[in-house]
Every structure is written in C-alpha cells, then in structure tokens.
Design a protein around this ligand. Sequence first.
Ligand code: PEP
Ligand code: MG
Length: 544
Amino acid sequence: MRSYQGKGIGKGIAEGVVWVYTSKAAQVTRLSIGDAEAEVQRFQGAMELAGKQLQALYEQAREKVGEEEALIFEVHQMMLEDAKFIDSIECMIREEQVNAEYAVETTGVYFSNVFASMEDAYIRERAADMRDVTNRVIGILHGEEHSLGEDVWRREKGVIVVAEDLLPSQTIQLDRSKICGFVIQKGTETCHTAILAKTMGIPAVVGADFTIEEMADMNGKAGAVDGESGKFYVEPEREVLNKLQNRMEVVRREADFYEQFRGKETVTFDGRRIELCANVGSLADLEHALEQTAEGIGLFRSEFLYLEGDDFPTEEEQFAIYSQAVERMGDKPVIIRTLDIGADKQSPYMELAEEKNPTMGCRGIRVCLKRPEIFKTQLRALFRAAVTGNLRVMYPMITSMDELGQIKAIVREVKAELAAEGVMFREPSQGVMIETPAAALISDELAKEVDFFSIGTNDLTQYTLACDRENSALDGFYDAHHPAVLKLIAMTVENAHKAGIPVGICGELAGDESLLQEWIQLGVDELSVAPGSILRLRGLIRKS
Ligand code: PEP
Ligand code: MG
C-alpha cells in the first residue's frame, strides 16, 4: 500500500481504479537518435496500435451511439493512413535523426495548421481531429498503456483520475459518469477542477504529495480517495479499507439525516428567508440540483459549454441548452453567467493570446468586450431563451462603470438586431459578479445600474490578497477568511441593500459553515453552493 496526503475536497470517500492522466502534447522534446531505422520501426508499431485502438473505438461508438457519431473514428483512421502524413514523419526521422515523438508532433502541428487555414468549414474542423490523432500516437510512443486506460474507462463507474494538473477543458472532456474520485498534485481548494468535483459530488484530493512520474506505475491499480482527510491510497490494505468503509457508513447516515430537509423552505429559526441555490456547469449538474431541491440556479458557469467542444457553441446550440435549463427549473430563477474564459479556462480553438500573467490578463468580461461577436452570439441565445422562463444574466470579472456602459451598449445592439429580425426575445434581469476588489469598492455605483449582485469569493479572495487561487504553493496565504475579504463582502451587501437590489454569494465561501452566521447577520439574500451541499446547509440554516 502507498498513501499520499493532500487537501481533501468533499466529505465523501471513493474506492476505484486508478487512471493516471498525462498531457501527452506537453511532454514532447526533441532528441537526437542514433539508429533512425529502429526509430522508424518504433513509429510504425505505434501507428499500427493506434489504428487498432481507433477500430475498437469505432465499433464501441457504433454500438453505443450509432453509426453517425462513430464515423469520426473512421476519419481518424483515414488520417493515420494518409501517405503524405506518414512519409513526412518517416523522412523527418531519417533526415534529421530525431525521435519519433518529435517528428509526429511537428508534422501534426503542420497538418493541423494547414487544415485550420482552409476555406472549407468541414476541413477547418479537421484541425482538431489531427491534433487528437497525433496525441494518440505520441501517447503510445510514450509507452502509455492505452489498452489498460481504455479498460478502466469501460467500467460502469469507479475511475479515480490522478493527474499532475487538470485544466477545466481537460476535466470536462472526461466521461464524468464514470469518475468516482480526483487526485491532483497541483490543485487548490478553489481551483476549477476542485469546484467541478464538488459540483459533481465527487471526493477529491488536491495538492497531493507525489510526483506524476511515480504515479505512472499506479495505472490500473486499486485506489481509494478520502475527501475529508485528504488521503489518497494506492492498493489500500484491508484494515484501511475497513476504516474507510466505516467512515463511508457515517457519511451515508449523515446524508440520511439531512434528507428530512428535502423540499423544505430555507428559513432561519427566527423566520428570515434565504434563497438556497445551486452552482452548476451543465444540464446534468442542473438535474442533480433539482433532485437536491435547490431553490434556483445561482450560478450556471456557461464557459463549460465552451470547453466541451472544439469550436465555439453556436447560437442555436446555446439557445437549446439555456431554454432547457429554464424549462427544467420551472419558475425557479436560473442565473446564467456569461462566458468567463481566460486564465485557466481556455481551449486551443479560442486562440486567446498567450499571456505572462493570465490571471490578471484578458479573462471574463474583458474577452467578451474585446471580441463582441462571441459575446453577442451568447446574448442573443440568452435573450431568446429568457422567453421560456425565469432566466437571469450575470456578467463576470467587472472592475469599472465603463465596462458596464460597454455591456449596455452591446445589449442595446443585440436587442435592436433581434427586433429587426422579428425574433422573439425578452430582456432578462441582469446583474454583475462582485469578484474584484474594484467592483466591491464601487458597489454603491454599480448597484444603481444593475438588478442584482452575486459575490464571487474565490476570485475576490485571489485579487484582494494578490494570491493565485490555482497555486498550491500559496496554501496558507490564500485565506478567504481574511478581514479584508470579509470587509469587502460586508460593504457589497450594504451597498446592494441601500440601492434596493438583492445580493447573493456564489463563491465557495457561500457553503462555508463557519461563516453561515455571518451571512445571516449581514442579510445576504441568496447562497449558491454545490448541489450536494444543499440539504445539509438548509438544515443548518433552519437551526440558526
Ligand atoms: C468566484 O470567483 O467566486 C466564482 C464563483 O467564479 P469562478 O469560481 O467560476 O471563478
Ligand atoms: Mg470568478
């Protein structure tokens, strides 16, 4: 048995099979090799195996989701068999005496750029497939045990994803229905993978004390994740498993106790009502929120829709999701946050400029104001979906009145365009996130111009304390309870109420039980938390 320690996320415990995630593309380095022919043979072997894997994936997909969806794997196979692609790689290995990984990566990037520059939209879209195919071959060359990996994913459930670091775009592309635990070497409690794990109700350990190299041998072994103590075990001994199972029983019993609050009103002991909502990132999360009797969606992180695919979601795709979300929630409010990309949340297709300091860079509303075509598509979808129910729109990362002015000008354009086209829409109520110290400090002015506030304590803490929320080395400095953060929250609540608008909290601090009394005393109107925390928090509020 091996055991590792990190920070625990979520109260649960999970047992499953370890699957080690490695980002293949990031690891390619140029090496000089002595025997080019042997390297070409190694490349050919990898291509053969990649072909077999794709055939198996094609057959699996055809069985599970149908011929049309399976075709993509046939396209990948055709790419692998392309003579020009193979020749370029073999030539490069022979002429430049370089390793196969480097030749595959370089050729893949070249082909993918050629595809991306084509006029034909279908061919352009193949650029991402080219990257996928080359990543597969590089992974095999790296000696990743793909067959083992795929066996793990064929299980009904019970995969423990172990990674050095996991970007939201990578997490979102995993089959979430099979994941029972996350163990991340670099993450922090407020990194987006931790938030995603919480939203999914899955235990996680972040900032774990291993190196990803030593994890390579753990692939496919039995593992256990303890979200409470922050322990991760590989091949846990019987005694440890017994203890974990006993604790699991306690967690189950506690959950049973809080079942009595299902569907109840969230009122304090002395009768003050608090709206208890859920944070979600997808329609699947929203179902979980409904099942937990959330009183609304306090934060729909719409950027996850953008991270799932290889291109921006179209207006129609977004409209379908937003209208389904509001319809499912009935008359309960659904606050959809406009695209909050940048920093850790980005995908290659977005082509965001590389930044030295992305957390302080072009993210959230700044991206939308710089690229209004992306913003307008989303606003059109949102305003159209607002006809179907209680949809509200929220803008992230606000720092100035000027930004609000620019948003309003774009909103006016969108409304005029929709009206001119005769498209049905409704202007929903619109609010801003208070997640920068600047926004909190001008919250008196902002409050006069918007319909509601929601306080994003994850970023508010990060920017107030100048402390990167993704950096596990800053553990201990990132203190969401810091008086400066609490002062800014209190100031925001007071300014909202002076202007007569409601204010909620949707950052992780909303579910921090040690601050519940503080929120009640301040008069916070709404708390939005991970779906799995709803019943427990409701029980605690009713006792307060
Ligand atoms: C926050 O910053 O507190 C927030 C809720 O937004 P996100 O965690 O998605 O940045
Ligand atoms: Mg934020």
